[in-house]
Design a protein around this ligand. Structure first.
Ligand code: XMP
Length: 317
């Protein structure tokens, strides 16, 4: 029978044999899969695993610093790269969701390739691929699509010519979490909601500016921290906020306001393929709405998305 302890033990031995004395480079996202995969490889080869964590300017509030620190606390050999301006430049003026995804994917590849070149004699690319990623051969929105479109334009970046090491490619998500627990990885990482690679970039409808990112980070931060405070975070599969490309009239004191609208989204799901909107308690929604409107400058209206997937999707773009 499969147990996480035996998996960890045998996988570390296999990784030692597979990698030998080589160097490995790997991009981390703060998500469960890449964190667990990196920890396994780290156990096998220590600092010869070179991790790269990119701030694309589209992460949650404080996420870059917090995740980077927790990776450092885990002893990983990790470099944090502040590439916010590069991403904002690449996104400037883009409004089409797929164009935005492509720009984000392309920029990530460029930044990662630049960083990977700084490491001498890299032979392997570490990846957090899990079994469902392997069998899901065609992904319309996923990173593979981005990589393919990049490939068509200018040839493969160098890091993609590396041999690939994927220690989790036989596991399902729940097994990855059990392995993570056995490895002593923080519950804050293992219990994280999924977060899309393009991040807040596909939750800001229309074009992206640093100012919009900052507003959405604040709104999202209120929503997520309240979910945690009210003990609701673990009942929700994924949650976040969308910054809508409209303004609405409001009133503050004697003043008429004309400000932004945000939509909150929280869903239950098993694998993201179908999803139901969460029936969050009204008192909770009232609390979050008040807190957002009172504390986030530039937002005067909060709505809650009650659409299920299908026919709606989880993200709005
Ligand atoms: P949708 O919006 O298609 O989302 O119902 C399903 C799940 O996929 C995530 N998602 C993405 N993840 N790159 C990603 O890495 C993307 O471009 C992307 N688009 C959607 C979404 O957050 C949800 O978990």
């Amino acid at each position: 029978d499969w147990t996480p302890d035996i998996f960890v033990e045998t996988t570390i031995e296999q990784l030692k044999e597979q990698i030998g004395n080589d160097q490995v480079v790997m991009g981390l996202s703060g998500g469960v899969d890449s964190s667990v995969a990196a920890t396994l490889i780290h156990h096998a080869i220590g600092p010869r695993l070179h991790c790269i964590f990119v701030d694309n300017g589209l992460l949650r509030k404080n996420e870059f610093e917090e995740v980077l620190n927790s990776y450092k606390g885990m002893g990983l050999n990790i470099t944090g790269v502040d590439a916010r301006d590069r991403f904002y430049d690449a996104l400037k003026g883009l409004t089409d969701p797929e164009e935005k995804r492509k720009a984000i994917g392309r920029t990530f590849i460029e930044v990662f390739d630049d960083e990977a070149h700084k490491i001498e004699d890299v032979a392997w690319l570490g990846q957090g691929t899990i079994y469902p990623d392997v069998i899901e051969s065609v992904s319309v929105k996923g990173p593979s699509a981005t990589i393919k479109s990049h490939h068509n334009v200018g040839g493969l970046p160098d890091f993609m010519k590396l041999k690939v090491v994927e220690p989790l490619n036989t596991l399902f998500k729940d097994e990855v979490r059990l392995v993570g627990k056995t490895l002593g990885i923080d519950d804050a990482i293992l219990g994280r909601h999924p977060f899309p690679g393009p991040g807040l970039g596909i939750r800001i409808l229309g074009d992206i500016t640093p100012e919009k990112v900052q507003i959405l980070q604040e709104v999202d931060h209120v929503f997520i921290s309240r979910l945690k405070q009210h003990g609701l975070y673990d009942d929700v599969w994924q949650a976040g906020a969308m910054l809508l490309p409209i303004q609405s009239v409001g009133v503050m004191g004697d003043e008429r306001t004309y400000e932004r609208v945000v939509s909150l989204r929280a869903v239950t799901s098993v694998d993201g393929m179908t999803a139901d909107w969460c029936h969050l308690p009204y008192e909770f929604l009232a609390d979050v709405s008040n807190e957002i409107i009172n504390s986030v400058k530039g937002v005067n209206r909060v709505v809650y998305d009650i659409s299920s997937k299908p026919p709606a999707t989880i993200e709005w773009e």
